[in-house]
Design a protein around this ligand. Structure first.
Ligand code: 6PG
Length: 254
């Protein structure tokens, strides 16, 4: 156990670890437990991966012992929370990062890897991914066994950025918003898809995240238009924040 202190905020479990390495190790333990539990109970495990840089250390940990030999890889299905509108081989691709750090090192069947097609027309790719999710989950809610998320310094999560029209989209599972700050489209699961998950695990590290993390835990989701990460609340599931001391430095002890 790598937890230095635990908190409870608005029903979420917050595990504070010393640094990124220990947070990644804690996340790997929860990832492994979730995978084993899901496969034992319903024969498969569906995981939606986050992008960005923070989870790369976690993905590398999972590709090595002791995690490599503990996870039922052949029963795992991998999805993404969001993707950049680039080709799968582009250095910016979330899929590429996960493949290089994890998927090429583990025996996950190729047809269990369900990437968002960032190289296609964004609107068409969003429709296609929503159809893929609907087929996979048999027309019921997109109930990932585990959804991994990060949070930007500005409080965005997945590719749901502050004040984006995608925040209000409750009709679709996947959106293709134009992101002003990058001058490009992104593909992203909507809150409708995110909040249907059985377990959501944020991994947030670094001092730059501290102001937004404090606001998330203080707001309880009230000002979600400016703080999308605060609106992640599984309707019928568990929410865990695994953070490091630097990101948690503004959060009061109790
Ligand atoms: C992405 C991610 C995004 C990420 C945050 C944090 O595509 O960039 O899905 O939501 O989790 O931006 O990114 P870092 O881990 O790099 O700080």
């Amino acid at each position: 156990m790598k937890i230095m202190r635990s908190l409870n905020r608005h029903g979420a479990r917050v595990e504070i670890c010393k640094d990124l390495a220990e947070a990644s190790h804690q996340a790997a333990e929860l990832f492994t437990a979730t995978a084993r539990e899901a496969v034992a109970t319903h024969g498969r495990c569906s995981i939606a991966l986050s992008g960005g840089s923070t989870p790369e250390a976690l993905y590398s940990l999972l590709a090595a012992e002791p995690f490599l030999g503990s996870i039922p890889w052949t029963a795992m299905h991998f999805f993404w929370s969001d993707e950049r509108c680039v080709s799968p081989g582009d250095p910016q691709s979330n899929y590429r990062m996960a493949r290089e750090a994890l998927l090429r090192h583990v025996p996950v069947p190729e047809d269990h890897i369900h990437r968002m097609r960032g190289e296609d027309d964004p609107a068409a790719a969003a429709v296609a991914y929503a159809e893929l999710l609907t087929r996979f989950f048999g027309g019921t809610a997109t109930r990932f066994d585990l959804l991994l998320l990060g949070m930007g310094d500005d409080g965005h999560t997945a590719s749901l950025f502050p004040h984006s029209p995608a925040l209000a989209d409750s009709d679709h599972l996947v959106a293709a918003p134009f992101v002003e700050k990058f001058g490009t489209h992104r593909l992203t699961l909507t809150f409708r898809a995110l909040n249907a998950s059985a377990r959501i695990m944020f991994i947030v590290c670094g001092a730059a995240k501290a102001p937004s993390l404090l606001k998330v835990f203080e707001s309880g989701g009230d000002d979600a238009d400016s703080l999308p990460a605060a609106r992640v609340k599984p309707a019928n599931g568990e929410l865990v924040w695994i953070v490091d001391e630097a990101a948690a430095k503004l959060i009061p002890e109790n």
